[in-house]
Design a protein around this ligand. Structure first.
Ligand SMILES: Nc1nc2c(c(=O)[nH]1)N[C@H]1C(S)=C(S)[C@@H](COP(=O)(O)O)O[C@H]1N2
Ligand SMILES: [Mo]
Length: 367
């Protein structure tokens, strides 16, 4: 058995090919946020989506060290206690996996088969990354900052630690923090205990969990998760475009009650307040449109009061007089940068950043 057979390259599903055993195995490990959890401003940690490429490492805060070295004036190493003494800030961030929406694409890229649930909002507490970099002293020759987690595996034949790089400017200006708490509690194991990076506004892949090393290098970081994975491509061998910030998306809390098997929704006729949340990693949300007739006509939803956290989701509501029969509900988000969520997003090989508008079919029953 060759490494290539044991760790195959990515591929697209054949026409009509259903979800594979490999995809089911990934879906059972990496769970989404049940959409009814959109009711919470802050996602309870057990309901937040989870994405882990390899295994969740067994870690211990008592003997954890974070090193900062490479192109710095003064290499540093911190235990958790020393790190806490460096400062404390809490940021509310909506995190979304870049693969969210992948399973709805045709043809379907074979990978973690997300529908729309790979999202969650948490308050992350830790020390600003910019402060740690300033403490170490960024040398003039530093170009990129490489973040390494304690997890290790093989991906498409390449053995690696999970690593992602940012440019020095991105690392300093993004408002990133090195976090040890999620919603006021120590990080759960699956979310990076005892330490993770959180890069507000960026798709989740940038927020390296089980963070053990920060290295500044004098050249462009060409590691697998930057140079091979997480790029928008239409052909397998083109360089592609790096994935960075989260595209706008709105999701409705599915109204009424579900059928167990199909998740079809049943809604009693009458006045229904539809609710949902919208977010964008580029700029604050400034408008959400909603349609109750499969996109024929659109109405502006009412946005909840603006929070102070620009990169956390914003709630919205719409009052609907539901009449008996089948209805298709759909929503789309706009942000202050002028980005508008598409009704149908363009296809790409990795199945990334698919922010095609959500559609929910409901059967309104007479009362
Ligand atoms: N060390 C490490 N960090 C990681 C990952 C990983 O597999 N290993 N997955 C990344 C991806 S792709 C996503 S979407 C987010 C998911 O964060 P969450 O599980 O806390 O929601 O973690 C990122 N950080
Ligand atoms: Mo992800």
């Amino acid at each position: 058995m060759s490494i290539e057979q044991f760790s195959p390259k990515g591929r697209l599903a054949d026409t009509g090919e259903g979800i594979t055993g490999d995809e089911l195995q990934l879906a059972a490990r990496n769970h989404g946020m049940p959409l009814e959890a959109l009711r919470y401003d802050l996602t309870p940690p057990g309901l937040h989506y989870v994405l882990v490429h390899y295994d969740i490492p067994l870690t211990n805060a008592a003997n954890w060290f974070l090193t900062i070295d490479g192109c710095v004036e003064q290499p540093l190493s911190f235990g958790l206690t020393e790190l806490r003494a460096m400062g404390r800030q809490t940021v509310r961030v909506t995190l979304e996996c870049a693969g969210n929406g992948r399973a709805a694409l045709h043809p379907r890229p074979i990978s973690q088969p997300w529908l729309v649930e790979a999202v969650g909002t948490a308050e992350w507490t830790g020390v600003p990354l910019a402060d740690l970099l300033a403490a170490a002293g960024i040398r003039k020759d530093a170009r990129d900052v490489v973040f390494t987690g304690a997890d290790h595996g093989v991906e498409r034949g390449v053995e690696q630690d999970y690593q992602r790089g940012l440019t020095v400017a991105e690392a300093v200006d993004s408002g990133a923090i090195v976090a040890w708490e999620m919603n006021g509690m120590p990080l759960p194991p699956q979310h990076g205990y005892p330490l993770r990076l959180v890069v507000p506004g960026w798709y989740g892949m940038a927020s390296v969990k089980w963070l053990r090393s920060i290295e500044l290098i004098d050249h462009e970081f060409r590691g697998f998760q930057n140079a091979v994975a997480y790029r928008i491509r239409s052909e397998p061998n083109e360089p592609g475009v790096a994935i960075t910030r989260i595209e706008p998306r709105a999701l409705l809390i599915p109204p009424g009650h579900p059928d167990f098997m199909t998740r079809h929704r049943f809604v009693p006729a009458g006045d229904v307040t539809l609710r949902g949340r919208a977010w964008s990693g580029w700029a604050p949300i400034d408008r959400v449109e909603i349609s109750v007739d499969a996109g024929v006509s659109w109405h502006d939803a009412k946005l909840d009061a603006d929070g102070n956290d620009e990169l956390a989701w914003r709630g919205f509501t719409h009052d609907w007089a539901a009449t008996p029969g089948e209805h298709v509900l759909t929503v789309r988000a706009h942000d202050q940068s002028g980005r508008v969520q598409p009704i149908e997003a363009p296809w790409n090989r990795g199945g990334f950043a698919n922010n095609t508008a959500q559609r929910i079919t409901v059967l309104v029953t007479s009362t």
